[in-house]
Design a protein. Sequence first.
Length: 359
Amino acid sequence: MKPHAGDDAPARALLLTATPEDPDSNRSAPEPAYAISTRDLVKSYPGPDGTAVHAVRGLDLDVSQGETFAFLGPNGAGKSTTIAMLCALARPTAGRAVVAGTDVVARPDRVRRNVGMLFQHSALDPDLTAEQNLYIHTRLYGMGRRHARRRVGETLEAVALTDRRRSPVRTLSGGMRRRLEIARGLLHEPRILFLDEPTTGLDPHARAQVWDHLRTLRERHGTTLFVTTHYLEEAENCDRLAIIDAGRLVAQGTPFALRAAIGDDRVVLRTGDDTTARQVVHETAPPGTALTLDADGLCLRVPDGSAWIPRLCAALEAHGIPVRAASATPPTLDDVFFHHTGRSITTARPPQPETGKDA
Ligand SMILES: Nc1ncnc2c1ncn2[C@@H]1O[C@H](COP(=O)(O)OP(=O)(O)OP(=O)(O)O)[C@@H](O)[C@H]1O
């Protein structure tokens, strides 16, 4: 995803309105039941020839306080548009969204005070130091000098960059820059942090570090994290996830529940004659079982796959077909994604990780 071409509020204006000293702040208000709640949320854009592009079509979403929530979907599914509405950067066409207890249409300024955003593309100034980049943002948030100094120190420490505070950003690794962006998103102590593909392009070590810091943030401060990612293992570690496709929510739940709902295990057999084996397996497996033959071998989906392997092997060997390998694996999140969208999440993954070292 790219930074949203917000149709309602440029990012800088957004920051300038997000003054934490606003006396109308709702920080002392009772905690709302959900960090994020939407009902029938719609966003349409004017399309070519007077048509409309329906980017989000009636979204019902509930994200609990302190939850780490993954928001998945193929390219163009409506993820950025949804985040833009939830951060009060784009006005919904219809429906309702309440973020940190505040309606995004009625009080967009208050919503912006309560959320932090990390966009995929860096907006850091490479020639300024880490702490100078943060100080600029404290000014945009209208913080007093003493408050700013405290928050810059605290947020740098939260992402383990205190010892690099005087380093120009261009000398930091990709992982460090991403952590600095997280620090920037935290300066005004938001209740909810929206992270748009926070680890895309990072090597596995740097990705793990970013997630360590996010987990600590959530444990220490109860910050709600709303994350888009193309990495299944990251979605797997979230409390819950939602999948959006063509503007509609197609699945929502814990990773475990979503995998369980798919049900069947994937059994793969490699035999001496896969074409003949297909017929034998067809006759042996439960009626209606879908069978495919691909580079992995002969694949089928059955409940309790490991119990089926000996039966299938016996049937094949009885027909003189040697079995070279057999495996049964429970459904993965990619299976869930494929089931609901007809695509594999890995094919939608953006390009090559950065290869630099991260400290
Ligand atoms: N400002 C706009 N004007 C017109 N159409 C838009 C605008 N912004 C988004 N769209 C369209 O809305 C749909 C959803 O786009 P969106 O960027 O929200 O998807 P996404 O899931 O974030 O995709 P990606 O992962 O590729 O960034 C797409 O068809 C897109 O072309």
